[in-house]
Design a protein around this ligand. Structure first.
Ligand code: ING
Length: 319
């Protein structure tokens, strides 16, 4: 019997620095309602979906950044999302900035069941950018200032979604560029990776040329490879558009276990894309090309977990 999942990726357009959470929540409720009307059983929202991408703004005093974080979920401003999920019987993934009661700060995402219960929580492990103001950069990217590396690992959980149970996993933005992250999920038989992102459309490092068109190409390459090599579906969902003059690209996608793009957003604004996923497709790769038990040789992979940075190779010289 086909295990069919109707998956929605709800791309968000820009959220300006001055806009409150209520603006984003209102837009997300409308996207969720449309997704439900179109038969979706789960909707994936972007990374840091409640606020502007604030790591572009330097604050000397971290307490002045406190208002960007959620101190509890749901809150009065975010409750309409939980209410809409219950009303429409749809699960949702939400990325947000988390501040814990004991003061830890994470770039976090949760998958919430229509009942309102949190099924899965993940804290971003791969934090790009820097922690101090960088005068060379055209635009700051201070995720290492505003967040600690995630402490929850890369969990996968089997949970009810619509009529099926699905093996769910989460990655956040930069995580998608690290094959190790995908493989840890693949080793837990993940079937759907929910991955929100906020990615600048131009390279702001200012330390070398990167052709602009490669920004989107690299994002798609990473997600398509992750899906193919771990035999899973993924939703890569952007917060896009121009936030206070700074552009983030859209091009959200839904990818299948063959690495094929099933649906792609074409705007850089609020946009819903939907795909009918036959979860049985995950079996093929898992039982053939990527039958990990049969083909992997872990005795040769020790560098991956024992070595952090790269080292120069030994040099060969002719006798
Ligand atoms: N943003 C970007 C991302 O990984 C980035 C940062 C862009 C890193 C381009 C490398 C190249 O998509 C976040 N929020 O991680």
């Amino acid at each position: 019997m086909t295990r069919r999942l109707v998956l929605a990726a709800a791309q968000l357009g820009p959220i300006q620095k001055a806009e409150g959470r209520d603006v984003a929540v209102g837009r997300m409720v409308r996207l969720m309602e449309t997704a439900a009307r179109r038969g979706a059983e789960v909707v994936v929202f972007p990374e840091l979906a409640l606020t502007t991408f604030f790591p572009r703004w330097y604050e000397e005093d971290l307490s002045r950044a406190d208002h960007w974080y959620e101190h509890a979920l749901p809150s009065n401003e975010t409750a309409p999302l939980w209410e809409a999920a219950k009303k429409h019987g749809i699960g949702f993934h939400l990325g947000y900035a988390e501040k814990t009661p004991d003061g830890h700060r994470y770039n976090t995402a949760v998958y919430v069941h229509p009942s309102g219960e949190t099924v899965l929580k993940y804290r971003k492990v791969h934090l790009p950018g820097h922690s101090e103001y960088d005068p060379v950069r055209k635009v700051q990217h201070l995720e290492k200032r505003y967040f600690e590396p995630g402490d929850l690992g890369f969990p996968v959980v089997r949970a009810p979604v619509g009529e099926n149970k699905v093996n769910l996993g989460i990655l956040i933005c930069n995580d998608r560029r690290w094959p190790e992250a995908w493989r840890v999920l693949g080793l837990q038989q993940v079937e759907l990776v929910m991955c929100g992102y906020n990615t600048p459309s131009l390279n702001a490092e200012n330390r070398g040329f990167e052709a602009h068109h490669l920004r989107v190409a690299h994002s798609h390459l990473a997600i398509q490879a992750g899906c193919y090599q771990n035999s899973c579906f993924a939703a890569g969902v952007a917060k896009a558009g121009t936030e206070d003059g700074h552009e983030l690209f859209g091009h959200s996608i839904i990818v299948n276990p063959q690495g094929e793009i099933m649906a792609q957003a074409t705007s850089w604004d609020d946009e819903l894309i939907i795909a009918d996923c036959d979860l049985g497709m995950c079996e093929l790769g898992r039982k053939t090309i990527f039958d990990f038990a049969r083909h992997r040789r872990v005795e040769h992979y020790t560098r991956i977990v024992e070595q952090t940075g790269s080292v120069a190779p030994p040099e060969w010289t002719p006798k």
